[in-house]
Design a binder for this molecule. Structure first.
Ligand SMILES: C[S@@+](CC[C@H](N)C(=O)[O-])C[C@H]1O[C@@H](n2cnc3c(N)ncnc32)[C@H](O)[C@@H]1O
Length: 451
């Protein structure tokens, strides 16, 4: 099967992109070894993920207890101590302490497969933290690393303009404007963010170098008019097309913009994606030829898992999260077993405060919110304390933590698919992590250069 055989793909422009501005004679020389290794990496992830698909495709609570067959009892039994559960979550488990050989292999494989190279700066690049904006610790970390990276990586790359895709109100552009004398174009669909951005840029004396453009970069719109965002813009090429935390399909739009543009207009692209749960699981994944041949069977829940992968919590936050899960699972089981609501019935999230109350108080409020009649007496608390309920909740929580170990691998598979798609179009591609994952877990950078 090839890209052209896929009738429903949103990216049915791919065949034309493949040939865009190129012919047999001017095709760039491809780095076949890297293409080969990317293909191999994709296949390794594909085979691993296919073997465990029933685990990562769905949340355990959605089909419990039927799905227990995918989580061997010997795996669940390993986690009879709360400390071990935390270590499973924190990826600090000593595998020698495990009795189950299959679980040991699974956990070792997840650790090995999720590895990505981390960008290391040369020592002569100083720390650059320059912004007149008030920044959160996370944003400060992201921008200072990105500025340092741009300083280093663009040393040998000519760049006359920076185009920021999904700029928000322009933190990145304003920080850049403080250190480089280049025009910066911010593309953003949210009118309010644009006027805030313009106002701050003018206040900081950067109004002349920064241009804000209101533009919806939905890939469906780009498909019909791929050049439109740039035709009316004052771009002095070649430009760098950058997107920090391009949520959902905005990352795909950014890639399409880069692929459609001529080399003299855009010569490099830096994409840092996030919020994969906004992607359509069938139409906006499996983009390259290899993944169309070996498609990963994405579900909405697996895209959510890829999005939250690598988010580290300290032990206190972990215990709070564990309590939220305990209450939600118990309520879910109550609905199933006491009210006969067998279909998965999402109970939704609540304010932290509610989980500090007794289960009975929590369930009473949730029942009222859901418009359900309250059971009499002490039914909620008795159900919560029942040993069988506790055992089931323990199973569900262990299954959840085991499933989370697939998150980063799913995210990596999405990125490698995009990298292969770009590489097919004749670009050089690099993938690495740039931010400290405990501060900014969506830290994967896809860097592409027009060859
Ligand atoms: C996660 S925020 C990142 C903002 C900024 N890059 C940053 O890192 O601070 C994503 C931004 O992309 C914008 N966005 C999302 N989809 C878009 C689209 N289709 N076209 C243009 N902007 C979009 C959102 O309005 C939002 O401001």
């Amino acid at each position: 099967m090839t890209a052209t055989d896929l009738p429903n793909k949103k990216f049915d422009t791919i065949p034309s992109i493949l040939n865009l501005g190129r012919n047999e004679n001017n095709l760039p020389e491809k780095d076949e070894i890297s293409l080969h290794s990317l293909n191999q990496e994709y296949q390794t992830l594909y085979h691993f993920l296919s073997a465990y698909a029933p685990i990562w495709q769905h949340e355990p609570i959605a089909s419990y207890p039927a799905n227990l067959e995918f989580y061997p009892k010997e795996w669940i039994d390993e986690f009879n101590h709360p400390k071990k559960l935390f270590q499973l979550y924190a990826k600090t488990l000593d595998h020698h302490t495990l009795s189950s050989r299959t679980l040991t292999i699974l956990l070792q494989e997840t650790l090995a497969l999720e590895q990505l190279p981390h960008y290391s700066f040369s020592s002569d690049i100083p720390d650059i933290i320059f912004s007149n904006d008030f920044l959160t610790q996370k944003k400060d970390h992201e921008l200072s690393h990105l500025m340092k990276y741009l300083t280093e990586s663009t040393r040998n790359n000519q760049c006359n303009t920076v185009i920021d895709v999904g700029s928000g109100h322009g933190h990145l552009g304003r920080t850049l404007a403080s250190i480089i004398p280049l025009p910066i174009i911010c593309l953003e669909k949210n009118e309010e963010l644009i006027s805030q951005g313009q106002e701050v840029a003018i206040k900081q004396g950067k109004g002349k170098v920064m241009t804000f453009v209101e533009q919806d970069l939905d890939p469906d719109l780009l498909k019909f008019s791929p050049y439109s965002p740039f035709t009316s813009l004052p771009i002095k090429g070649p430009a760098l097309l950058i997107g920090l935390h391009t949520c959902g399909n905005l990352a795909l739009s950014q890639i399409l913009l880069g692929l459609h543009a001529n080399k003299t207009l855009i010569n490099s692209l830096i994409n840092i994606p996030c919020c994969y749960f906004h992607l359509h699981p069938q139409l906006e994944t499996n983009l390259c030829l290899m993944s169309q041949r070996y498609p990963i069977q994405w579900t909405p829940q697996s895209l959510t898992l890829a999005t939250r992968a690598h988010k580290r919590q300290d032990e206190k936050e972990y215990h709070e999260m564990a309590r939220v899960k305990e209450y939600r699972y118990t309520l879910q089981l109550f609905l199933q077993e006491e009210l006969g609501i067998l279909d998965f019935f999402p109970v939704g999230s609540s304010h932290k405060r509610l989980y500090r109350k007794s289960f009975s108080d929590y369930a009473t409020i949730k029942f009222q919110d859901l418009g359900l009649p309250l059971p009499g007496g002490n039914a909620f608390q008795a159900f919560h304390e029942r040993p069988l309920t506790r055992k089931k909740v323990h199973e569900l929580f262990t299954m959840t933590l085991l499933r989370w170990r697939f998150g980063r691998i799913l995210e990596k598979a999405l990125i490698i698919d995009r990298a292969l798609w770009i590489k097919q179009c004749g670009y050089s591609v690099e993938i690495f992590t740039l931010f400290n994952e405990s501060i900014s877990p969506r830290n994967i950078v896809l860097k592409c250069n027009h060859l």
